[in-house]
Design a protein around this ligand. Structure first.
Ligand code: ADP
Ligand code: MG
Length: 913
C-alpha cells in the first residue's frame, strides 16, 4: 500500500514547486537532515501525523524493499525530494520486512503535539527525535518475534596473547532483550563457530577492528547480521564501569569472577542496548557465566546434518525439535529449544533434569493438571520486557496479572506432587515469588475487555478510580445532552430528520437534508443555526450551544484518557519494580512446562529414562530414531528398534568403533543418526527413544555425511567433505562421539577407500573416540582383524524372488554384497538395463576373484599416521612455495604471464594423478 501525503498535516509545507524554492531549505527538511545525519547507517522512519515518512535515498531503498510507491514531496536545493511512507498502524509489518532484509531502522517520533508547535509561530516545526533503533537483535514486539524462539543479540570480543590466531581467546556475551536473559562465556577460535551455531543470534556485534580482521572477516561474511561498531563500545578500559552502572551495582564482583575480556563483551551488549533503546532499559538479568565445557560441543555442520532445530531444507517441521516439542507455552518452547541446542555434560545436572521429568511421568494427574494450567498462562517475560521499554499495552499488564495468578495456583496444586525433586521444588518457590498484591491491584484495575493500545483508552475498570469515573460520567453525560439537544432542535425547527453528527473535520454539527436547508438558513432560525457546509444532499450547521458542548465533551474525553494513561504508567512501574521475581517466575513456568512436556512425550512415544554417567560407555538397547519413528507411525509402519554398544572393552577406557555396511536404503544413516540423537536427548535431560540407554557423557559430537549424500546443502564438494573430516580428526577426543556416514564417496573408488581406511585407523588409534562409521566400502571390514576396538555390523536384508527386502535390522557381521542392482530394480530402472547390469557384475566379480586385492599387503596399513596435519599434499605444497616466491612488483607483464602459465602447469600435475 502506498500512501503519499499524510492527512491533517499542521506543519508548514515545503514551498510550492517553482517560485524561489531553488536554494531554500525548509525548516522541516533542516530538522530531517540533522536527524538523518546522526543516524547514517539506519533507514529513518520520520513521523508525520499518522505516517512514518522516508525521504531521499531511504525512500528509494524502502520503496524497493517494501514494494511501495515512491512519490515526491516538495523540493530540496532545487530538486524533487523522493518520498515514501507507511501508516503507523501497519509500521510493525513493514519493520519486520526491512529487518529481515538486513536493514536497521531509526524510529523518529513527534515529541510534542503539533498544536504546541503552532503556538510558537506558523513556521515552527514539531519537535522530533529518534526514540529507538530497530535492529535484528533488539526486538521486543510480538509481531516482530517468533514466540517459540529466543532472539539473541551477541557481542564477540577478542584478545590475542601473541600474533598467532591459535591462542586468541574470544568472549561471547548474549542477551535476549525480549526476555531479559543475559549470558557470557569464553572460547577459542576453534570453538567460536560452534558456539555461534548453538546460539543462532539474531544479530552479532563486533568492534570495527575485529570485523575487518583478515583472519575472521571471511567467517563474519558467512553469518546473517553482523554489525561492526566503533571501538568505544568494545573498550576494555571502561567496560566494568559501563556494566556496573547499567545494573546500578558497585562492582562487577556481583556477577562472579569475570575476565577482562568477558567484561568487555558484556559491556558491549549493554551499551548497544542503551544506544538502540535510547533511555529505556529492558529488565536484563545480571550476566550469568557459562563455564567452558558445560555443554556438549556440536558444530554447525553437525547441527545441520542431524536436523536438530530445522531440516536441511530449513523447516522446523521434520526437525528433532519439532518431533519432541510437546510444550504448551511459548516460553516453554523457547526453553526446550535452548536445552536441545546445548545438551549438558555434567551427569549430576542432567540427573536433576531427568528427576523432574520422571516425577511428572509417575504422577499422571499432576502432569495433566500442570499442562492444562500452563496452557492458558501468558508469556510473562516478553510482556514484562515490553512494559519496561515503554512499548507495552493494557494486554501486557493483563499478562502479568494472569501469569502471576497462574503461577501461584500451580504452586499450590503441585505442592501435593507425589515425588518432589529439587528442580521442581525450586521452580515452585519461584512461582510464589511475585507479590500477590500486584496481581490483585492489576485485577482490580483492568477492565474485562482490553484494547491493544493504551492510547485507545477504556482499559481501566469502572469503580477503580473515582476521578476517572467522574470524568467518564461527565463525558457520557454530555453525550446524553447531545441526544437531548437533537430532539429539542428537531422540535424547534419542525424538521424531524434533523441529526447531530460528528466528524474529525467539523466536530459536532447539525445536519438536515437539502430540502430543509433553506428553512434553517432563513430567519428566524438562522439566528441559532450557523451555516458550515453544503453538500449534494445535506446542509450542515453549528450552534453556540453545540460548540460549548463539544468543548466539554472533548475535554472530558481527553481528561479521561489522560487519567487512564497515568494509571497505566503507575501499574507498569509497579510491575517493573518486581522484574526480578516476575522473571524468575516466568523461568519457573517455562521449566515446569518443559519437564511436564518431556514426560508427556516419554509416555506418548514410550521413551525410557537414560542413565548418564562420566564413563565412556554407550549402550543403547532397542534404540529408535525420534523423527523417523514418528514419520513412519503416521503411515502405520513400525520402526525396527536396534541395539548399539560402543562401550570400551573390559580391558580399556577407549570406546569402540562400529563399522556398518549394508546396501543402500537398508537403514545405515538412520541408525547412525538415531544414536547421536539419543546422546543429545539424554544429555539435554530428556527420556530417550529406546528400551534402555547407558550413556557416558559425550563432550563433543561430530556428524558428517559423505559429499554424495549432501547435495541438499548446495555445497557438496569433495573438498568440503575433506575439510570437515579433517576437523574431526584434529579435534575428536576420548569423550567424543563421531558419526561418519559414507565418507570418501565424493571421489574415485580407490581414493575414497584409502581415505576411509586411513580415517578409521586414525579414529581408532589417535582419537580413541566412540564412533559409528557407515560405508559402502566392504573392504574396510577387513580392518577389524587388526583393530581390536573395531566392530563390524551390517543391516540385514533378505532376498526374495530376486528382489531385496529391507529388514532394517542391525546385526553383527559384514554385508556380503551391495544389492545395488536389486535396489535399482526397486527404483524402476528398465528391465533391459537391470539384466545387462547383472551380466557386467558377474563378469567383474569373476575377475576380482581371479586377482584378489590383498589389502593386508597395503603399505598404507602399516604406515605410521602420527602427524596427520603435516601430511600436506606435496604437489600443492610445491604450488604454494612457487606462489610465495613470486614478487609481482618486480615483474614485467611478460614475466607475470609466464609465471601464471608455470603455475597452471604445476596445478595440472596433481590433477592427473
Ligand atoms: P541407508 O543409509 O542405508 O541408505 P537410510 O538410513 O537412509 O538407509 O534408510 C532408508 C529408509 O529406510 C529410511 O528413509 C526409512 O524410511 C527406512 N528405515 C531406516 N531404518 C529403519 C528402521 N530401523 N525401521 C524402519 N524403517 C527404517
Ligand atoms: Mg545413507
Amino acid at each position: 500500500m502506498a500512501l503519499s501525503n499524510p492527512i491533517g498535516m499542521s506543519e508548514p509545507e515545503p514551498p510550492p514547486p517553482g517560485g524561489d524554492a531553488t536554494a531554500r531549505v525548509t525548516p522541516m527538511m533542516e530538522q530531517y537532515i540533522e536527524i538523518k545525519a546522526a543516524n547514517p547507517d539506519c533507514l529513518l522512519f520520520y513521523r508525520m501525523g499518522d505516517f512514518y515518512e522516508m525521504f531521499f535515498d531511504d525512500a528509494e531503498t524502502a520503496s524497493r524493499a517494501l514494494g511501495i510507491v515512491l512519490t515526491k514531496r516538495g523540493k530540496h536545493l532545487g530538486a524533487d525530494i523522493p518520498m515514501c511512507g507507511v501508516p503507523i498502524e501497519r509500521a510493525d509489518e513493514y519493520l519486520h520486512k526491512l529487518i529481515a532484509l538486513g536493514h536497521r531502522v531509526a524510529v523518529c517520533e513527534q515529541l510534542e503535539d503539533p498544536a504546541e508547535a503552532k503556538k510558537r509561530g506558523a513556521k515552527s516545526v514539531v519537535k522530533r527525535d529518534v526514540v529507538r533503533l530497530v535492529t535484528p537483535g533488539t526486538l521486543t514486539e510480538d509481531t516482530l518475534l517468533d514466540a517459540r524462539r529466543n532472539n539473541y543479540l551477541l557481542a564477540v570480543a577478542r584478545a590475542r596473547l601473541s600474533s598467532t590466531e591459535e591462542d586468541a581467546r574470544f568472549a561471547l556475551a548474549w542477551i535476549d532483550i525480549s526476555t531479559g536473559e543475559f549470558r557470557i562465556t569464553e572460547c577459542d577460535r576453534a570453538s567460536l563457530s560452534a558456539e555461534i551455531a548453538r546460539l543462532e543470534p539474531g544479530e552479532i556485534i563486533v568492534s570495527d577492528a575485529l570485523f575487518a580482521d583478515g583472519e575472521v572477516a571471511p567467517f563474519w561474511r558467512t553469518l546473517p547480521a553482523v554489525t561492526p561498531l566503533a571501538r568505544d563500545v568494545f573498550d576494555s578500559g571502561t567496560a566494568e564501569r559501563r556494566l556496573t552502572s547499567f545494573f546500578a551495582v558497585a562492582t562487577s564482583d556481583a556477577f562472579g569472577a569475570l575476565t577482562r575480556l568477558e567484561l568487555t563483551a558484556a559491556a558491549a551488549c549493554v551499551t548497544y542496548v542503551e544506544r538502540t533503546q535510547i533511555g529505556k532499559r529492558p529488565p536484563l538479568s545480571p550476566p550469568l557465566r557459562e563455564s567452558a565445557g558445560a555443554t556438549m560441543a556440536i558444530d554447525q555442520a553437525t547441527r545441520g546434518n542431524l536436523e536438530l532445530m530445522r531440516t536441511l531444507a530449513g523447516e522446523r517441521r521434520g526437525s528433532l525439535l519439532d518431533a519432541i516439542d510437546r510444550t504448551v507455552t511459548s516460553a516453554g518452547s523457547r526453553l526446550l529449544a535452548q536445552r536441545l541446542s546445548a545438551p549438558l555434560t555434567d551427569p549430576a545436572a542432567i540427573g536433576k533434569r531427568l528427576d523432574a521429568v520422571a516425577s511428572f511421568v509417575e504422577d499422571a494427574p499432576a502432569r495433566a493438571d500442570t499442562r492444562s494450567r500452563l496452557a492458558v498462562a501468558p508469556d510473562l517475560a516478553r510482556a514484562l520486557a515490553r512494559l519496561a521499554v515503554g512499548r507495552g499495552g493494557p494486554r501486557d499488564l493483563a499478562a502479568i496479572r494472569d501469569g502471576i495468578l497462574a503461577a501461584a495456583d500451580l504452586a499450590r496444586a503441585l505442592a501435593a506432587l507425589k515425588n518432589m525433586p529439587a528442580d521442581i521444588a525450586q521452580a515452585l518457590d519461584s512461582c510464589r515469588k511475585p507479590d500477590g498484591m500486584l496481581a490483585a491491584e492489576l485485577a482490580a484495575a483492568l477492565a474485562a475487555e482490553l484494547p491493544l493500545l493504551k492510547r485507545d483508552g477504556g482499559f481501566v475498570r469502572e469503580g477503580y478510580d473515582v476521578a476517572l469515573d467522574e470524568t467518564r460520567s461527565l463525558r457520557d453525560e454530555s453525550r446524553r445532552v447531545v441526544a437531548a439537544l437533537q430532539a429539542r432542535y428537531a422540535e424547534e425547527t419542525g424538521v424531524r430528520g434533523l441529526k447531530i453528527r460528528h466528524n474529525n473535520v467539523l466536530g459536532y454539527f447539525v445536519e438536515v437534508t437539502a430540502q430543509h436547508g433553506d428553512k434553517l438558513l432563513a430567519a428566524p432560525l438562522n439566528a441559532t443555526f450557523i451555516h458550515r457546509q453544503t453538500l449534494a444532499g445535506q446542509v450542515r450547521f453549528t450552534t453556540t450551544d453545540l460548540g460549548e458542548l463539544e468543548a466539554k465533551i472533548a475535554s472530558a474525553a481527553d481528561r479521561a484518557l489522560g487519567l487512564e494513561l497515568e494509571i497505566f504508567e503507575r501499574l507498569a512501574a509497579q510491575a517493573i519494580a518486581q522484574s526480578a521475581p516476575i522473571k524468575q517466575c516466568a523461568e519457573a513456568l517455562a521449566q515446569l512446562d518443559v519437564s511436564s512436556a518431556l514426560a508427556h512425550l516419554a509416555l506418548e512415544r514410550d521413551y525410557a529414562r537414560p542413565q548418564v554417567d562420566a564413563s565412556h560407555d554407550f549402550a543403547v538397547d532397542g534404540g529408535r530414531h525420534a523423527v523417523v519413528e514418528q514419520a513412519l507411525a503416521r503411515d502405520g509402519t513400525p520402526f525396527v528398534a536396534n541395539d548399539c554398544d560402543l562401550s570400551p572393552p573390559a580391558e580399556g577406557d577407549a570406546g569402540r568403533i562400529w563399522l556398518i555396511t549394508g546396501p543402500n536404503m537398508a537403514g545405515k544413516s538412520t541408525f547412525l543418526r538415531q544414536n547421536a540423537l539419543i546422546a543429545i536427548l539424554a544429555q539435554m535431560g530428556s527420556f530417550v527413544p529406546a528400551k534402555a540407554a547407558r550413556i557416558g557423557v559425550v563432550d563433543r559430537l561430530f556428524s558428517r555425511v559423505g559429499a554424495a549424500d549432501d547435495l541438499a546443502r548446495g555445497r557438496s564438494t569433495f573438498m568440503v567433505e575433506m575439510v570437515e573430516t579433517a576437523a574431526i580428526l584434529n579435534q575428536a577426543g576420548s569423550g567424543s562421539l563421531v558419526i561418519l556416514d559414507e565418507i570418501g564417496r565424493g571421489t574415485a573408488t580407490f581414493d575414497g577407500l584409502s581415505i576411509a581406511w586411513a580415517t578409521v585407523e586414525h579414529l581408532h588409534d589417535v582419537n580413541k573416540c566412540r564412533a559409528l562409521f557407515a560405508t559402502h566400502f566392504h573392504e574396510l571390514t577387513a580392518l577389524s582383524a587388526r583393530l581390536p576396538r573395531l566392530y563390524n555390523a551390517t543391516v540385514r536384508v533378505k532376498e526374495w524372488q530376486g528382489d531385496v527386502v529391507f529388514l532394517h535390522e542391525v546385526v553383527a557381521g559384514a554385508a556380503d554384497r551391495s544389492y545395488g542392482i536389486q535396489v535399482a530394480k526397486l527404483a524402476g530402472l528398465p528391465t533391459s538395463v537391470i539384466e545387462r547390469a547383472k551380466l557386467v557384475l558377474a563378469k567383474l566379480e569373476q575377475e576380482d576373484r581371479a586377482a584378489p586385492k590383498g589389502f593386508e599387503d597395503l603399505p598404507l596399513f602399516a604406515a605410521p599416521y602420527k602427524a596427520p596435519q603435516a601430511a600436506v599434499d606435496d604437489a600443492y605444497g610445491e604450488l604454494i612455495a612457487a606462489l610465495a616466491a613470486l614478487h609481482p612488483d618486480e615483474m614485467s607483464p611478460r614475466d607475470a604471464m609466464d609465471a601464471l602459465y608455470a603455475l597452471k602447469e604445476k596445478l595440472k600435475a596433481p590433477e592427473k594423478r
